[in-house]
Ligand binder design. Structure first.
Ligand code: ADP
Ligand code: ADP
Length: 229
């Protein structure tokens, strides 16, 4: 089942140069897709189109078979968790509150919110002791784990990640990558992960999509990309 579908999608920010050109792409339920390509090739644009932060200039985008402009923004947001490089935790909220913030907005009771934060903290490789801490007490890598937990809190079927580990040292990054592979196995989510690091893309993705200057150059599994094309 295609969870996300791009049909002849172009994006022109109005500066004459197309950020995406005639993109056709289907992403199926449960896939871990890595979007790879040099800076400026349109990766972030693709993610922003999926979560409705920007609109396409041409073509159609479908989320769960529904054309994106037909989605109510609030319901669309609930389908999608978003993790970016600058994870942006609320400094005045503790880790538990940060993770479950979205649930508070949705009107979920405090007891359940705390319960959900407890479940998620261990999933991302932190401990229950960390729940009472404030963001400034955590390292960059730990904060990024909290960012992942926060994106999972409301159980959205789609998770978008935009260079989430880009600012993290290499050893920690490797751990976070392994953790994410594990999380993907445990919770059946569709993950779309943007990176300009080819090793990261190859390691994480069970489908790899290579963009260049707004165009899809190649997409497929590791085997497809190396042996069949
Ligand atoms: P990537 O994520 O692969 O680095 P982006 O999607 O951010 O690429 O950008 C693709 C192209 O669109 C680049 O040429 C970039 O300069 C341009 N672009 C991105 N955002 C904007 C914007 N808000 N206004 C104008 N041009 C933009
Ligand atoms: P809203 O109530 O407008 O849906 P929230 O209050 O849930 O947004 O989110 C707080 C902030 O996080 C907002 O600034 C919003 O831009 C951002 N955000 C939340 N969900 C998403 C998402 N799926 N994609 C992009 N940004 C998001």
């Amino acid at each position: 089942v295609a969870v996300v579908k791009f049909e002849n999608v172009s994006k022109d920010y109005g500066n004459g140069k197309k950020a995406l050109k005639n993109l056709n792409l289907e992403i199926n339920e449960g896939e871990f897709v890595t979007l790879i390509g040099p800076s400026g090739c349109g990766k972030t644009t693709a993610l922003k189109l999926i979560n409705g932060l920007i609109k396409s200039s041409d073509g159609n985008i479908y989320i769960n078979n529904k054309e994106i402009s037909k989605w109510n923004q609030i319901y669309l947001r609930r389908q999608i968790g978003y993790v970016i490089q600058q994870v942006g935790l609320f400094p005045h909220l503790n880790i538990s509150e940060n993770i479950s913030y979205v649930l508070k907005i949705k009107g979920v009771e405090k007891v359940q919110r705390k319960q959900r934060a407890r479940e998620l903290i261990e999933l991302v490789g932190l401990t229950k002791n960390d729940l009472k801490k404030y963001p400034r007490e955590l390292s960059g890598g730990q904060q990024q784990r909290v960012g992942v937990a926060r994106a999972l809190a409301a159980d959205p079927p789609i998770i978008l990640m935009d260079e989430p580990f880009g600012a993290i040292d290499e050893i920690t990054r490797k751990k976070l990558q392994d953790e994410l592979i594990d999380i993907h196995k445990k919770v059946n989510k569709t993950i779309i992960f943007v990176t300009h690091d080819i090793h990261e893309a190859m390691k994480l993705g069970n489908k790899i999509v290579l963009l260049k200057e707004g165009e899809l150059i190649i997409s497929g599994s590791r085997e497809d990309i190396f042996f069949n094309q």
